[in-house]
Design a binder for this molecule. Structure first.
Ligand code: ARG
Length: 403
């Protein structure tokens, strides 16, 4: 048995890997995952077939990606190191899971991917493979002696591509590596490797620069049910988008891009140990993360809210490090799921020049009591009680006066 399922992107690297595997005597089945990246999947398929793939699967994973991965992460408010919305980290386990399903379908247990030996993605792919198919055989060319000997640098790859009729021009080589899906676009490597060098504005493929964004605000309302966004309303245009999770995120991306929302430029700590500079644009996701957290502030009990805040960095780390399918993630998600039971209501935001600003919120599950909070009304609150509350809290803080 020598059939291998290759996670194929259509780019130069995976095209070379495809050819290299065939030369090593493998039958190669290519797998193209559609997670909303703006690419011509059909032409990538034709390219793979021309290069000798025996079969090409194109799977539309967009709905599963948004419903089962993006919205799950949203419920946790996960931000890696406080800033990264995990767009790539969330997508990898889904791609790997779908790849394993194809392997089963094709009666093989050999899979291959083109992630380098220096990044997080190799870990995320391979951890998922091993979790879902314990007897899997993983071919990872960037960790293969023979492959590394053959391809010492970019020049070797270009020469090999020319020799084997692999189109180079069509890959439109950019001076950095891009990874794109419905949630985000990431840029790293190449000219971004120097963290002291500013990213060029033309690099951003989707978002408008905030300084070029419209001078007019856009007012929107996002409605949530059980922690999940179910509709977006744009008041000025009289539009409500609620057909599907994909349509909703796509529409928020459109609005976020227009207003230059969701750009971040960070130095992050990779799981394998090194620091890396990453630039991201997550337009719709940023709006959702801001809105969701705001609604939680209204409807969640204080202690539940605070526990979620404490767990958040841990969950973000699990997602980042490739532990999406793990007992600890399942354990934490069970509690998160329970908390979201109450996350229902409407959040109103203003989008303007790089910002998504909350203006108001409302919910039938609100725990906010105007009577109690009010400066003008007594409510059912006896201010005299606060005296003892403070006194007892200060008990152990006060120096003991011995008489
Ligand atoms: N640094 C990010 C992460 O580890 C993005 C990686 C994206 N990969 C890429 N080839 N640009 O999640």
């Amino acid at each position: 048995m020598n059939k291998v399922i290759l996670a194929y992107s259509g780019g130069l690297d995976t095209s070379i890997i495809l050819k290299w595997l065939i030369e090593k005597g493998y039958e190669v089945v290519c797998f193209l995952a559609d997670i909303g990246q703006k690419e011509d999947m059909e032409s990538s398929k034709q390219k793979a077939l021309k290069l000798g793939a025996s079969k090409v699967y194109i799977e539309d994973l967009r709905q599963e990606f948004v419903e089962q991965f993006v919205f799950q992460a949203l419920k946790t408010n996960a931000l890696y190191e406080g800033r990264y919305l995990l767009g790539t980290a969330i997508a990898r386990p889904l791609i790997a899971k779908a790849q394993i399903e194809i392997a089963r379908n094709e009666n093989t247990s050999i899979v291959a991917h083109g992630a380098t030996g220096k990044g997080n993605d190799q870990v995320r792919f391979e951890m998922t493979y091993l979790t879902l198919m314990p007897d899997v055989t993983i071919i990872s060319p960037w960790k293969d002696q023979e492959f590394l000997k053959q391809f010492k640098g970019r020049q070797d790859m270009i020469a090999y591509a020319e020799q084997h009729g692999i189109p180079i021009t069509s890959t439109k080589e950019k001076p950095y590596s891009i990874d794109e899906n419905l949630l985000h676009t990431s840029y790293e490597g190449g000219i971004l490797e120097n963290p002291a060098q500013e990213a060029p504005d033309h690099m951003f493929q989707h978002t408008t620069s905030p300084k070029l964004a419209p001078d007019e605000e856009t007012h929107i309302m996002i409605e949530f049910s059980k922690g999940i966004p179910i509709s977006v309303t744009n008041f000025a245009e009289g539009i409500t988008v609620c057909e599907s999770a994909v349509a909703l995120l796509t529409y928020l991306n459109e609005l976020g891009c227009k207003h230059g929302i969701g750009r971040v430029d960070i130095v992050e700590n990779r799981f394998i140990g090194m620091k890396s500079r990453g630039v991201y644009e997550t337009p719709g996701g940023t709006i959702l993360w801001i809105a969701h957290k705001d609604l939680e502030s209204l409807v969640l009990d204080r202690e539940v809210f605070h526990l979620k805040e404490m767990w958040m960095p841990k969950i973000a780390q699990l997602i980042y490090n490739g532990f999406w399918f793990s007992p600890e993630m399942a354990f934490l998600m069970a509690a998160i799921e329970q908390s979201q039971e109450h996350v229902e209501g409407k959040v109103y935001l203003t989008l303007y020049k790089g910002n998504a600003t909350i203006t108001k919120r409302e919910s039938v599950k609100s725990l906010y009591h105007e009577d109690i909070a009010s400066m003008d009304r007594l409510g059912n609150y006896d201010q005299m009680d606060a005296k003892g509350f403070i006194k007892l809290n200060a008990l152990r803080l006060k120096p003991v006066i011995v008489t």
